[in-house]
Design a protein. Sequence first.
Length: 186
Amino acid sequence: MSRIAKSQLIHYSRKAHERGLTAAFGGNLSLLFGGLVFIKSTGAVMDELNAGDIAVIDLDGRQVSGVRPSSEYRMHLAIYREREDVRAVVHLHPPYSIAASTMAGKELPIITPEAELYLGRIPVAEFRPAGTRELAEKVAEAIKESDAVIMERHGIVTVGRTLREAFYRAELVEESAKLWYLAERR
């Protein structure tokens, strides 16, 4: 499984960069399998990610591999603890979502039927510094009843039973933010 998990993380990390959902070092994806979390390492670049850039940690945050996990590992772990149904977490820095986070209030309005069906609602979590326990707690609280969260001035987090599901939810969040932003600017 570790080879498959790493392959999926590489595929969707590169796809996120190709689609403009994140840039450079920003963002991180993870998969939970067999009590272990496979997650992008700290400092790895999304469109250059390779198997050596993927860290493995346990659910207590202890390193299993020789690679240091992303500084956002606390947030990923908090989500896995909060939601037993979640097996994948996608955290990206898409531009329209970040812009909307400064204007939308406590929740991004849902515009399309597709977003209504696959996301339901998109809460906006109040700003907390990146990589902190405070941010992890805010996001875990917001994700209790939603599969997507926008973090004020930071990015988005989406979850799913698979990495594919979490990734396409991230695309829907950014599409929703873009449509809302464009409608607000007219």
